[in-house]
Design a protein around this ligand. Sequence first.
Ligand code: LLP
Length: 435
Amino acid sequence: MDLFQYKNGVLYCEDIPVNSLPEKGLPTPFYLYSANTLRQHYKKIYSIFEKLQPMICFSVKSSNNVHLLNELAALGAGMDIVSGGELFVVKQSNADLSKVVFAGVGKSDEEITDAIVSEVGFINIESEQELARVQELAGELKREVNVLIRILPDVLDEKTNEKTRTGHKGAKFGIDYAHVEALIEENADHPYVKIRGLHSHIGSPISSYTFYVAAIQKMVELVEHLKRKNIRLDVLNIGGGFPANYMDNDNFSWESFAGPITELLEPYVKNEGFKIILEPGRSISANTGIMVTKVLYVKQSGDKHIVILDGGMTELIRPAMYNAFHFIWPVKPQPEHVLANRNYPVQQEGLITYDVVGPICESSDYLAKERPLPALRQGDYIAVFTVGAYGMVMASNYNLHVRPAEIMIDKDKIYIIRERETQEDLVRTMIKHEL
Ligand code: LLP
């Protein structure tokens, strides 16, 4: 469930009618977040995995505004980060750094050093070479650091977009499963780098719990093998990739995912004191945000109806990049087109099939193709739903568009949480000087 609903003929975010924001002069396009949806989603994911008493490390790459991170940190969330930039933002938030996990295949010396000195909870190790480098740097600093070894479990969900699969053989992520046991044995006694457990992330989003079960079984097998060699691990990080609802406004079946995973892991928590880490991104953040854009023009091209918006691939690249589906509907439709529920396809008479495009000079700049929508007119405000994850964070300045503002609604309060960039910002770092 998210808190974007049609009431009195207009789309509301919590208690605020969405059209009131551009009508007050807020330029479109902008991102609009519901603070209570964010809170509810965090609580929901925690509660369905509660038996595991998990450490939920929110995947900052999906949504990185410090004010949104603060909302999650206030509920006890940890953070999953992948760069020095994300560590920097997390340090500006109220998050507890001991609940931070740092993944990523290519961490630089500066990033590793920063993570060690900042005492993040765990660094996820993605290659033998990286483990060696972390050992060298921790040795030089004489500082202890906890690490998890990211296994490449060779698990593939073919429903996951090819561009976001991470757990199959030959992927750039993690360490080949067959090598992990020996690697841990050889490095179990390092004075500074403590191998505490295993990590796996098999892709995003994952369509069924069966893939998690397959990956976790491999992790558990390793834990048992190592136990026989008297090497004790006590942390299992099962990654993120839990789905969000892009087609409607109900949640995915959280319980169906959690049940079998919990069954496998509960004995390790109850009997052996294991800590379980999850790294959800989109399942928490996707449904917390919409993008509000305006119709600039409606035109005909051959037999196609084209609607041109003031927001496109520079604000939301997912349709262009992954052919991703986002539900789209006018903020204030004609009365006969008001929606009781968002459910695709919409069962209504009198819709027109549009290609929904942005203003960017690229043929791939579209938000939806052949999408049935109510008749649109110049000046209409349009909501693009489920963009709270991998929306604003992937926005760019291509064609020198300024990146949009981010607004957060908390019941009847409206907060600007990121200013829209200015054209001065676009040239701010274009400074010529001789080296
Ligand atoms: N943990 C690790 C190690 C990851 O690489 C990711 C996502 C996550 C957790 C969080 O996954 P989530 O729960 O959000 O699915 N830009 C793409 C998604 C790329 C995901 C990268 N890694 C998209 O727009 O769908």
